[in-house]
Design a protein around this ligand. Structure first.
Ligand SMILES: *Cc1c(COP(=O)(O)O)cnc(C)c1O
Length: 353
């Protein structure tokens, strides 16, 4: 491989991917019709392995769509009759709110600061059918604490659907599935797969809500997604190769408890290093609100640092939006190898001690 990418998506893809791509080709699955037995077998196995490895409750449905961006629209089209609240503190959440208000005029936005906990009371003050949050804001490396996730579930009404964009945390950090109803993630972040697919995890309550609303018009109506997924099919010709790669990489995975501790162990090492370095600091001071999977660091001269890193075979992530110039981002995703991380750590030490 030419360069090691620490970009927080698309990021490093698991190194056995080439082998699995070859295997997929040889098995004939790539030209199987998506209503055939061959495909349905793969779909059943992929859903089963995700349930097992990510410890998803058996009554939650798993489905595949094209992207997290698509999910933002699915939510407003299928789960919202009148009101949705999106709470955000960064660029991905803001984009989500933008698309949501294009569909539901009653989209309520709650903006909060990167050093603040999720403003649960403010969210709850404005009753909504759906509350949408970004678990791990990839643009600025902020994170919703476990306590806020619990508070939100306790304080919103039992009728309210909680939707969580977990694109850059799912499969890297353990999620408490009971705390929300519609979880989604694109696969080019912690899943370590090529871009072009997203995983959706849906509670029985969200399925009920979709049926109560009954919007069949969009091609990606949640009812249609769930009906097909229950039959081990998809509502359109899917990314079969990526479903295959998902199945194979998850079979190899040691499971979410292992990935979770690996992520936290690596984060602790990064924290110990960064705290020693000069001219390189966390964007987010409040440690509990710092993302474990997307390190966002204030640096002087980010352009130069990225350029020198690139010459050493390392790709650092650009800052995003308001922090484009002043920060760099470093993925702490499971597919990165220990020795690759060591190489970057050594590089940063050399330039910042
Ligand atoms: C990467 C990312 C997205 C967008 O993913 P797409 O695959 O481009 O749709 C959405 N939300 C978050 C939090 C992300 O990190």
């Amino acid at each position: 491989m030419s360069h090691i990418s620490f970009y927080p998506g698309p990021s490093r893809v698991y190194s056995n991917t080439t082998e699995f791509i070859y295997e997929a080709y040889a098995s004939g699955i790539l030209f199987a019709n998506h209503r055939s037995e061959t495909f349905m077998n793969l779909m059943a196995k992929a859903k089963k392995v995700l349930h097992e490895k990510l410890k998803i409750p058996s009554n939650y449905e798993v489905a595949f769509v094209s992207s997290a961006t698509e999910c933002w629209e699915i939510i407003s089209q299928s789960l919202v009759k009148e009101t949705i609240t999106i709470a955000y503190n960064g660029a991905f959440g803001r984009k989500w709110a933008g698309y949501a208000s294009g569909i539901s005029p009653n989209t309520h936005e709650v903006e909060f600061g990167i050093e603040e906990e999720l403003p649960v009371d403010k969210i709850v003050d404005h009753p909504s059918e759906v509350v949408g949050i970004v678990h791990n804001e990839t643009s600025n490396g902020s994170y919703i604490s476990d306590q806020s996730m619990k508070d939100l579930r306790t304080k919103v009404g039992s009728e309210t659907i909680i939707a969580v964009d977990a694109t850059s945390s799912m499969a890297g950090i353990k999620l408490d599935w009971d705390l929300a109803d519609f979880w989604f993630a694109s696969v080019q972040k912690c899943f370590g797969l090529p871009a072009g697919m997203a995983v959706v995890i849906i509670s029985p309550r969200a399925v009920e809500k979709a049926y109560a609303i009954g919007n069949h018009k969009p091609y990606n109506s949640l009812m249609r997604i769930v009906e097909n997924s229950k039959k081990n099919q998809t509502h359109y010709t899917p990314n079969i190769l990526n479903i295959y790669l998902m199945y194979r990489t998850q079979i190899m995975s040691k499971g979410i408890d292992h990935q979770h501790s690996k992520t936290l162990r690596r984060l602790a090492n990064w924290t110990a290093l960064i705290d020693q370095l000069h001219d390189i600091n966390w964007l987010i001071k409040h440690e509990a609100l710092r993302s474990p999977t997307v390190l966002t660091l204030r640096v002087k001269n980010s352009e130069e640092l990225k350029k020198i890193a690139f010459e050493k075979g390392l790709i650092l992530g650009n800052g995003y939006g308001d922090w484009k110039e002043s920060t760099i981002r470093i993925a702490n995703f499971p597919a990165l190898k220990g020795k690759e991380i060591e190489k970057l750590a050594k590089f940063l030490k050399r330039y910042h001690f």
